[in-house]
Design a binder for this molecule. Structure first.
Ligand code: ZN
Length: 87
């Protein structure tokens, strides 16, 4: 059985709750690591990562040749790839 836990966020230093149901959910997915960031910082980090990816894509494309559809497909591809890496 799992019990609610209080963890400290490594980004903002605030304490946050890692609930029993979250722990169970993680365990079911095979994750053994405890979260290092509070939900707010996780959301911020995720938004930043998405922003970085989008910017790098925008720089890389030759806009005279590439259609917006192609860019969309590529963006999805990169997003899937980055999900494999834990932050
Ligand atoms: Zn935090």
């Amino acid at each position: 059985m799992f019990n609610d836990k209080i963890l400290r966020c490594k980004d903002c230093g605030r304490d946050f709750e890692f609930t029993a149901s979250e722990q169970e959910f993680n365990a079911q997915k095979g994750f053994t690591n405890e979260p290092g960031r509070c939900p707010e910082c996780r959301a911020t980090k995720k938004a930043q990562t998405t922003q970085i990816i989008s910017d790098s894509i925008l720089e890389r494309f030759d806009w005279d040749r590439v259609s917006t559809k192609t860019v969309g497909l590529y963006e999805n591809y990169v997003r899937k790839k980055t999900k494999l890496y834990k932050t």
